[in-house]
Design a protein around this ligand. Structure first.
Ligand SMILES: [Zn+2]
Ligand SMILES: [Zn+2]
Length: 362
């Protein structure tokens, strides 16, 4: 059986051999009148995919297709799907595929913070208990509220990474009303970090890239960063002390990270925002004295709301936001290798898996 009865996924079928993904068939939950079915064209490889396939967040179920930076074409649409989407449209889906839509949080337009948020993969449909499957698949079925029409000017392989990594870095900038002259620090020049620099610059901010060593300095400057701080360099830290309004931490592993040094870069009443989900056993240690003496806030921010994602796509189109993407044809071997390379940090700075039609022979 194939679409519309079943979809084909490419993912982990054995967690002990997670770098060798295989194809499998799966049956999606029933089609609801607010849903869309999307035939997938491309999907970015997010750091979260690596944590998921590596079992860093446990092993909720298997087989599992990961991937939540999805671009594809609407091939079926429910009668009550949201306005503005029609059959044949090119749409994107990020890390969230549904929420209850009725709670206080959803009613405030903060669906990404809903207690019944359903993740695009490693999620469970509340009504049916059926496990969700991500974007390394032939198709995906989602609540149309979480499918976003993509402006024509944005190329598929380059817009894909914005749908999780991009919005995750962009949302805190919007929450803090970053604009002309705001002094923004971005910790970690990687997948999310490089997109956060691009967005902060496009908003008019003065951007400081922050990394452990100087190895990313040339890339940071090329991305538009105005300043660079290596946290391993005490003189550098001293020079940039007390200069930033907001710092977005985009690193995905915190072991050995020195947040005392990073916090010293904030001005009084500044904010440090955490936006990534590291392995489940990693915690942050921060001395309260440091926070109270300078009225520093520490905040978390998870992906972005549907409204913010719509705004981001429009903004990216107007400001020509183009992440640094290496395109890779989707197949078993290439996907496993892509995960391995992300694990090793051998990516500058995002992979988008492409040519889904060839692989799934659609
Ligand atoms: Zn809700
Ligand atoms: Zn992600």
């Amino acid at each position: 059986m194939v679409y519309p009865e079943t979809f084909t996924g490419l993912g982990v079928v054995d967690f002990d051999d997670h770098l060798h993904p295989k194809t499998f068939e799966f049956t999606p939950r029933e089609f609801r009148d607010t849903d869309v079915d999307i035939e997938i064209q491309a999907c970015g490889v997010c750091g979260s995919d690596i944590h998921a396939v590596g079992g860093h967040w446990g092993r909720p179920y298997c087989p599992v297709a990961v991937g939540h930076e999805i671009v594809g074409t609407v091939v079926k649409i429910g009668p009550n799907a949201k306005a503005g989407i029609k059959l044949g449209d090119r749409v994107g889906v990020g890390a969230q595929c549904d929420s209850d839509g009725t709670c206080k949080t959803c009613c405030r337009g903060l669906e990404n913070n809903c207690a019944q948020n359903i993740w695009t993969y490693f999620g469970k449909d509340v009504k049916t208990g059926i496990n969700t499957m991500g974007g390394n698949a032939s198709h995906i079925r989602v609540n149309s509220k979480f499918a976003f029409k993509i402006p024509d000017s944005l190329e598929t392989a380059y817009v894909a990474p914005l749908l999780c990594g991009g919005i995750t870095g962009f949302s805190p900038l919007l929450q803090h009303k970053v604009g002309k002259g705001t002094r923004v620090g971005v910790v970690g020049i990687g997948g999310i970090g490089h997109m956060t620099i691009l967005f902060a610059k496009a908003l008019g901010a003065e951007v400081t890239a922050i990394s452990r060593s100087r190895s990313k300095e040339a890339d940071a400057k090329k991305l538009g960063a105005d300043h660079y701080v290596a946290t391993s360099d005490l003189d550098d830290l001293e020079k940039h002390k007390d200069t930033l309004d907001i710092i977005v931490n985009t690193g995905s592993s915190f072991s050995g990270s020195n947040f005392t040094a990073v916090l010293s870069l904030l001005i009084a009443r500044g904010t440090l925002v955490f936006i990534t989900a590291p392995p489940a056993n990693e915690n942050i240690e921060i001395a309260p004295l440091l926070l109270l003496s300078r009225n520093i806030a520490v905040q978390g921010s998870g992906i972005g709301s549907p409204e913010e994602i719509e705004f981001m796509l429009d903004f990216a189109s107007k400001h020509n936001i183009k992440p640094w993407v290496e395109q890779i044809d989707l197949n078993e071997e290439n996907l496993g290798k892509a995960w391995e390379r992300v694990e090793k940090g051998d990516v500058h700075y995002r992979f988008t898996m492409v040519n889904y039609d060839k692989f799934f022979k659609k």
